[in-house]
Design a protein around this ligand. Structure first.
Ligand SMILES: [Ca+2]
Ligand SMILES: [Ca+2]
Ligand SMILES: [Ca+2]
Ligand SMILES: [Ca+2]
Length: 357
């Protein structure tokens, strides 16, 4: 039953962010529903994204991906479901076989990859839970379960992305590539602790556009250093500067200290350029330092806000279950709240999604 509550309320956060007014001091619950059943997602974790992936349903849909399921070791769903904002299921399909993605976790994002509306669903494989990791691939799917592109953005070598987990985001970060076509942004998952001084994790920008299966690497850049020892990079995309082109937001991963930074994809070369000043999104209450990050238009003022959720804590401890909305370039707090109780969500981890009109 606790897992059921988790599934319901993760999605509710995404819904909360749709209509919150500038004067809100706390989050307001608008809708809640169950995304996955226990049989296919026993740990109850739900990854979320928002965007218009179905033109037959007015407005944006909520896209969910199964979480990291260590119960039973392996064999979970690797499944995507698409819902209306009030919880009516519109689509569902399996994106990977268990052999290539053993824990069944699916990171999700929404972007305009194919050209005409609606947008597509970008998925990234999960990592490991002590056993073998995944194959480290991402995929681009239509809402009608057609696979358009798939490729591995990182090597699964011990010094690069050994568990194979890949975070995904999408947005028009390169306005010179494909008119109105979004790029796919990737970050590696946790698992490079063992490589010590091997360097940072790298964020990469890809365009699948016009290419039948593989992606083309446009930009990449090392983000963080010894302050993010696992080299895990949760990523998001938003127009934080209100300048037209979108920027890339990057958080600390597990073992870090909850910092956040914003980068632009430099058209002139392959590196990224930092803008604003990096800041700690959460304090010591986010005990393992992972920042789950998204972006959305929240306050009605031009420019997207950064939306952060706590990472995983030790089950049953009073840490976690906290969400904040901040100015992505200054760190100024716009809103915050506790979307769950420790009873509903014992590990305290919160995945978030925001809406960009
Ligand atoms: Ca729609
Ligand atoms: Ca499309
Ligand atoms: Ca573009
Ligand atoms: Ca705004």
């Amino acid at each position: 039953m606790l897992k059921e509550l988790l599934r319901i309320t993760v999605v509710a956060i995404a819904a909360c962010l749709i209509t919150a007014a500038p004067a809100h001091a706390v989050l307001t619950l608008l809708n809640q529903f169950t995304a996955f059943g226990v049989a296919g997602n026993p740990d109850g974790e739900v990854n979320v994204a928002m965007g218009n992936v179905d033109n037959t349903n007015p407005g944006d849909e909520i896209v969910t991906g199964t979480g990291n399921n260590c119960v039973g070791g392996s064999g979970m769903a690797s499944r995507v479901k698409v819902f209306t904002q009030t919880g009516t299921q519109l689509a569902q399909f399996q994106v990977w076989a268990t052999a290539s993605n053993p824990t069944g976790e699916v990171h999700v994002a929404v972007g305009e990859i194919s050209g005409p509306s609606p947008k597509e669903i970008i998925v990234g494989m999960g990592g490991s839970c002590g056993g073998p990791g995944s194959a480290g691939w991402i995929g681009v799917w239509t809402n009608t379960a057609t696979l358009l592109h798939s490729f591995p953005p990182y090597s699964t070598a011990a010094t690069i992305n050994p568990t194979g987990e890949v975070y995904v985001a999408a947005g028009d970060v390169r306005t010179d590539i494909g008119a109105g076509i979004d790029e796919v942004v990737t970050g590696p998952g946790k698992g490079s602790f063992t490589c010590g001084g091997c360097g940072s994790g790298w964020v990469a920008v890809w365009t699948p556009a016009g290419i039948s299966t593989q992606g083309t690497l446009l930009n990449n850049h090392p983000i963080w250093g010894v302050d993010n020892p696992g080299h895990e990079l949760p990523v998001t995309v938003g127009d934080f500067s209100a300048g037209g082109a979108a920027e890339i937001g990057v958080g600390h991963g597990f073992g870090g200290s909850s910092w956040f930074s914003v980068w632009t994809a430099n058209i002139a070369n392959t590196m990224l350029t930092g803008i604003g000043a990096p800041f700690p999104f959460f304090g010591g209450g986010n005990v393992n330092g992972q920042l789950n990050i998204s972006a959305g238009q929240y306050d009605g003022v031009a420019g997207d806000e950064a939306i952060g959720g706590h990472g995983e804590a030790t089950a049953g401890t009073p840490a976690g279950n906290f969400v904040a909305i901040k100015n992505a370039l200054t760190g100024a707090v716009i809103d915050s709240g506790f979307p769950y109780t420790i009873v509903e969500n014992p590990t305290g981890e919160v995945h978030v999604a925001g809406l960009r009109p």
